[in-house]
Design a protein around this ligand. Structure first.
Ligand SMILES: [Zn+2]
Length: 498
């Protein structure tokens, strides 16, 4: 969770007329609601939104390195004259995405799992492919034609490529319509395949082995497998693919699709750029950062905001850029915590009014570990798709350290689940406390460091890693491309988590 509130999603001032534009990849003319000029405008606008939502990683050397690799690939693409922008985002999500007009993003989360420059180039090349083949514009056009209300995040094509271990949640909750839980759809299978193929093509043009595209997709597949195994080992049901993933082709399918194309320019002797890549990512944060707050077992620590929170036994903590969620074992109830922006008011009464615009409800005052809090139960007015509806709300407003206000939503999939879990939700909320000195020690984020692979294999490498890292051997295997049972030669430079 970061120091912000609702993601800004609004209708893009649109773009009603249709033009015909030549697709740079296929050479065919296609009808579109976005000509090149509106593509650039959308990209520029979206870029500002993305940086508000994610923040660029403060690491000039790494930014310059990623940019140099990206620029080289882009110059060999079908849109070489476009002004390209490559940004590493300070996010633990394992993801990369692109906006129309030449804006490409890659997270520090995915960098930790890549093993060399060729794999980095594979990811960037795939995203460049979405831009050169105008995939976001095609989708916007289709949706416009279908009469679907097009939201900003959607038309801009901020499509997250992968769910990953700490990624999107599986809880459809009662508050998903309040604010913007995010409206993100995926590209179609043909578009993904085309981008994989373009990625492989750009690899070959830049003297990398095109077959490395397969390694990138295999890495995504291993991520999926790992997250499913974690879920199983924790006795959770394997998370169903989130809505927008349902239409996303599985990594298995992509692997099958790309294999032939990628092998066309197979060059096993091509340079991988492993040393330069590892040097560039040495020291980057792994997992949650200090600014987002860190999860350690059932505890959550937010050092900059100065608070800690404990999840009930058997519950899990999900920390995203917009909210912190504690989810029960069966996944049908959750405590959702968000920061309240200063504009929403300073008194709890003002905040309730501003956020919920309630039709009715009652409030009650309390204190939680010395902090003033207000319970609110009532009915809120909700805006959704231009229509006004109502929504029952069960929430707490709390003023924490540094006078920051927080909203706790007691969410559940059904009234029955809410009733069953309400006491536990309130108990979890009551663990909100000011950070102690002891907490501060535990709040230290993990980092990626380089090490020499020991004779004793992964069992020995685990001992060099942070003791707090869960599923340490599997994690170390994943980040070193040796999951689930790959072999690494002793003496090889590898990554550890410190
Ligand atoms: Zn893609």
């Amino acid at each position: 969770m970061k120091f912000r509130f609702f993601m800004i999603v609004g209708a893009l001032a649109f773009l009603a007329s249709c033009a015909s534009v030549r697709n740079p990849v296929t050479g065919q003319y296609e009808r579109t609601v976005m000509d090149e000029r509106s593509e650039l405008q959308a990209g520029q606008k979206g870029h500002q939104e993305i940086l508000k939502e994610y923040r660029a990683l403060e690491n000039p050397a790494l930014q310059a390195y990623v940019n140099s690799v990206g620029q080289r690939l882009a110059k060999s693409s079908q849109r070489a004259t476009l002004e390209w922008h490559f940004t590493v985002l300070d996010s633990p999500e394992v993801n990369a995405f692109a906006l129309p007009g030449g804006y490409v993003y890659i997270t520090r989360g995915i960098l930790a799992y890549l093993n060399d420059e060729a794999e980095l180039a594979g990811v960037l090349g795939h995203e460049i492919g979405h831009v050169t083949a105008r995939h976001a514009s095609q989708r916007a056009t289709r949706q416009q034609a279908a009469g679907v209300g097009v939201l900003l995040a959607n038309v801009l094509g901020a499509v997250l490529e992968n769910k990953g271990y700490s990624g999107a949640g599986d809880l459809t909750n009662q508050v998903s319509q309040i604010g913007a839980a995010g409206y993100i759809t995926s590209y179609g299978r043909e578009q993904e395949l085309q981008s994989d193929q373009l990625g492989a093509e750009y690899l070959a043009k830049n003297h990398y082995d095109s077959a490395r595209m397969i390694d990138v997709i295999r890495m995504l597949k291993n991520q999926e497998q790992f997250s499913q195994e974690i879920a199983r080992s924790e006795g959770r049901t394997v998370p169903p693919r989130a809505n927008w993933l349902a239409s996303h082709p599985s990594s298995d399918k992509r692997l099958e699709d790309i294999r032939q194309t990628a092998l066309l320019h197979h060059d096993p002797k091509a340079a991988s750029g492993r040393e330069a890549f590892l040097k560039a990512i040495d020291g980057i944060t792994f997992g949650e950062s200090r600014e987002e707050g860190v999860t350690r077992g059932q505890q959550f620590f937010h050092e900059p905001m100065g608070f800690a929170l404990t999840a009930p036994t058997g519950w899990r903590i999900q920390n995203t850029s917009s909210e912190l969620t504690l989810i029960n074992g069966t996944g049908d109830a959750a405590l959702i915590m968000r920061t309240v922006p200063a504009e929403a008011g300073t008194t709890h009464a003002d905040i309730v009014q501003k956020i919920f615009n309630p039709i009715n409800g009652r409030t009650a005052q309390t204190t939680i570990n010395g902090f003033a809090a207000t319970y609110f139960v009532g009915t809120a007015r909700v805006q959704s798709g231009g229509q006004t509806g109502t929504q029952s709300v069960d929430a707490t407003i709390l003023t924490g350290p540094k006078q920051q206000n927080y909203l706790f939503l007691h969410a559940a999939k059904s009234a029955e689940a809410l009733q069953r879990e309400r006491e536990t939700l309130l108990a979890a909320e009551k663990t909100f406390r000011a950070l102690t000195d002891k907490d501060r020690l535990l709040a230290r984020p993990w980092k990626i460091r380089l090490a020499v692979f020991p004779q004793g294999g992964f069992a020995q490498l685990v001992k060099r890693s942070a003791a707090t890292l869960p599923h340490a051997e599997a994690q170390l295997r994943l980040i070193n491309g040796a999951y689930p049972d790959g072999v690494i030669k002793a003496g090889t430079q590898v990554k550890i988590v410190e």
